[in-house]
Design a binder for this molecule. Sequence first.
Ligand code: AMP
Ligand code: GLY
Length: 440
Amino acid sequence: MTSVMVVGGGGREHAIVWKLAQSQDVAAVVCVPGNGGTALLDKSKVKNVALPLSDFAAIADLARAEKSDLIVVGPDNPLADGIVDYLEGQGLTVFGPTREQARLEWSKTYAKQKMIDLGLPTARFYSTGSLEDALAFIAKAENSWARVVKADGLALGKGVFVCDNEDQVKEALRTIFGGGFGAAGEIVVLEEKLVGEELSLLCVSDGKTLLELGCAQDHKRRFAGDVGPNTGGMGAYTPVPLYDNAAVAARIRSEVLAPIGAALAGGRLSFKGVLFIGLMIDAAGAPYILEFNARLGDPETQAILPRLKSDLLPLLLSCTNGTLAGTVLNWSDMASVCISVVTREYPAKSSSGEPVTVEVSAAERRGEAIVFHAGTRLQALNGAETLVTAGGRVFSAVGLGKSMAEARQAAEDAVDKIHFETKDFRTDIGWRALEQCVSK
Ligand code: AMP
Ligand code: GLY
């Protein structure tokens, strides 16, 4: 029997813990720090331990005390800070990339250069550490393609400005170089603006082989109709009709996945863990890589894992010991829709301490909905434990159904049973898929 530790406390980590806890081979899961949802799982198997994610020594001590056979790291920051290097250095088994491998996520300049070196399709770019240089670059007529401005480092998904004209580009440059993003904004990447439909393609690697884990479409904008500020994700759905298009999938496999797989096998790319490939597919069906992430997506994971029939444990273990080749995963043919339940003022402000109640929906009783917690915690109040908010994204309500419409209905049923004063959510998650189904 296996004992597992999951590092992180969002909806993604609740989904990972939920899935691992179903494995017949998992005896115990320790969540560091977990959230209100993981605290409510089967207490004989799952427990939360509050430790700062920056305290690698304390995490290693806990893993030894809990006899953790596998540590799964969810969020980007500890990966960029070298948590995997530290824990592996202590003789522990970890699913996730080293700091150097995770550079594909924490330096956009590095990632773009790697894409060019490996011959992967991506937008043109120019990278610089100087505002004057950037302004001089965009002032040249031949560089008028540069309309996307990105902070080089990790910026909670907020460091990207997609502009319509040169004035907006200048403003974005001044914002980033002005220091609003700290060290993440010391270098700026200027990129060609691409137009098309986005896909999040999640893959896993053991360092030699690349295996597709799933494809989802995220809804980054705050409000229905894909308007408003970018957020960490207002919802996601899978499968994505665009990826079910055989011609599009074939191009992604031959132009993106095959060269990455060959680079891994040939030693030109070193990576293990989750390689999250953010793609833009243009009107002609050509794929372009927008970004790499070195971890599972949030909320993509909450939509994808409920469709995975195979045990997650052997998959993660095979990525740590180089035995991923030949793995075949089994998937449910149900569609899945994940709705992020957020606070009204998210993403500008988060919420803390607001009382929350969650009733079991009919869809959940039928096994067609799952409520993953994100920003919640259990708080002792008058001797009883109550659930309260602890962040801007509070829940990920997932619905499953034979069609995307049924899946969204199931997710909405679950959302209806979640109550807190500032609750808000988007009512149009999966709209592209639904429109395509209607027009078929
Ligand atoms: P990133 O963090 O690099 O994925 O960027 C965040 C979001 O900005 C993406 O999901 C896209 O919606 C948008 N974006 C990023 N790069 C580009 C680009 N080159 N062209 C158009 N939109 C982009
Ligand atoms: N949903 C996008 C991300 O996890 O970065």
